[in-house]
Design a protein around this ligand. Sequence first.
Ligand code: HEC
Length: 152
Amino acid sequence: MKKSFLALGVAALLLGNVSVWAAEYDLKANMQKLHSELNAIQTGFILGDKNAVSASLDIFAKDAKELLGEREGIIKKLPEDMKNKKHKANIATESARTIDFNAGIIKEAIANPKGLSNTKRREQAQVAYLNIVNACFACHNVVRDKEVAVEK
Ligand code: HEC
């Protein structure tokens, strides 16, 4: 189990350099990177390893904010021929906010400044993690999946 977590970490590191690729691959490569970082968080949850969750979360939250948080940047990264990019960029920044907020909840659950029970902390952190996954879906449902269906 430890090994596969490490392998994911290495994959995330390797993918860390892909943003220098050609512009048209930029979004896709960054998405793969986010996905791999999100998987590392999930692995931490599944293993019940809060240090792993915490370490992966820091990397993921920073990259998600960088990739999705800046509206103009997202407009540039969306495929050339995509329609309603401004609206889609708004969804992306909304997702970035949701991700940021829920990353904060997970961090607080780990630090536990209010002295909550372990059950309560775990529940809060797990719900927050699922909210993050939903934020990915929210954008994909509107931005990606329709377009992909039309393209193919
Ligand atoms: C802008 C809204 C938006 C948000 C928010 C978003 N994505 Fe994406 N995602 C896209 C688009 C657009 C594509 C298609 C990119 C392409 O194929 O060029 C994509 C594609 C992907 C892919 C497929 C890459 C491939 O190899 O084809 C993965 C994996 C992915 N996203 C993961 C995630 C994860 C994980 C999150 C949440 C942390 C997330 N995405 C949030 C818009 C978004």
